[in-house]
Design a protein around this ligand. Structure first.
Ligand code: AMP
Ligand code: ZN
Length: 293
């Protein structure tokens, strides 16, 4: 089995019908990201990008690719106050930022007297998602960034799609678009690696020998969807990419039909569907310090 460079290949990527060696894999990966960015008009070279890094393989792969492609990118980390996880994640973020020579920003949930561990609610992951989106957006806007970039993969999009279709939440499907333009108080959001799989990202960080968080978040419930998706991909290589492109087309066609009604949060001024946004309600309920700005 030979790589395109003539050396002995280490990987067979069935979905691309290619075999590659360790030295050619990173540039192949970056080339794929470049193609997605061009095909879906995801980013411009003039934009200031805030790349949100959790410390996991996906967001690290994203920031590596954006940096290699010459985008104007800074790293952003949120310390969520999760025992055993946040401290390690921050260490990884700092190490990676140094390796990739990144400007960085960090916000700690503790600044609001909150920690994800203290949330005594059923849907911790959903509240944590709201918190992260809120803080990413606010940091980006207040610091003059044009785009918030996240490391969502094709696996993430497929899981979100199946779960929401099955619960009838069609109105959430437009959020799966890989670029959501800025509106009201929201900064533009982009998913530059939405066509990449978790497997491709794992291979990249392993080859680059970059540190990354291997343990899943302790709050994350067991998810059977990922296993099912992996099995389908095994049965039919390329299934994920084909499906994710279909989801994106659907997201685009639905976006004009979903007319959101927005108000401004009476506490912080961000857009919300209620009088007080969920972030401010969480701070009010679980925070230990008064709300600041
Ligand atoms: P998740 O919500 O954990 O599936 O993560 C989705 C994306 O959100 C990641 O790929 C990152 O880009 C971003 N993200 C998640 N957690 C953090 C964090 N603690 N700090 C900064 N960005 C994060
Ligand atoms: Zn608010």
């Amino acid at each position: 089995m030979k790589c395109r460079c003539g050396k002995k290949a280490k990987f067979r990527l069935k979905r691309y019908r290619i075999t590659l060696c360790e030295s050619c894999y990173p540039s192949f990966y970056v080339g794929l990201v470049e193609k997605s960015i061009k095909k879906f008009n995801l980013l411009k070279k003039s934009e200031r990008i805030l790349a949100c890094v959790s410390g996991g393989k996906d967001s690290i792969s994203m920031i590596y690719a954006l940096k290699e492609l010459g985008y104007n990118v800074s790293g952003f980390f949120i310390d969520l106050g999760i025992k055993k996880q946040s401290k390690k994640a921050r260490g990884v973020f700092e190490e990676v930022s140094e390796m990739f020579d990144l400007d960085t920003g960090v916000v700690s949930l503790n600044e609001y007297g909150l920690s994800v561990d203290d949330l005594k609610i059923g849907k911790v992951c959903s509240a944590c998602g709201t918190i992260k989106r809120y803080l990413m957006n606010r940091f980006a806007r207040n610091n003059g960034f044009d785009v918030v970039a996240t490391g969502h993969t094709s696996d993430d999009l497929l899981v979100f799609f199946f779960k929401n279709i099955l619960s009838g939440n069609i109105e959430y499907i437009p959020k799966l678009a890989p670029r959501l333009e800025a509106h009201e108080t929201l900064v533009t959001k982009v998913k530059p690696i939405f066509e990449r799989t978790e497997g491709e990202n794992r291979a990249l960080v392993e080859i680059l020998n970059v540190p990354y968080l291997k343990d899943p978040c302790p709050h994350k419930p067991k998810d059977r969807w990922r296993g099912l998706i992996l099995n389908m991909e095994r049965e039919k290589p390329g299934f994920e990419q084909t499906f994710v492109r279909g989801i994106v087309r659907l997201a685009d066609s639905l976006s004009s039909k979903v007319n959101g009604e927005y108000r401004r949060c009476s506490v912080c001024g961000e857009i919300t569907s209620r009088d007080v946004c969920l972030f401010c309600r969480l701070v009010e309920r679980y925070g230990k310090t008064p709300i600041v700005g």
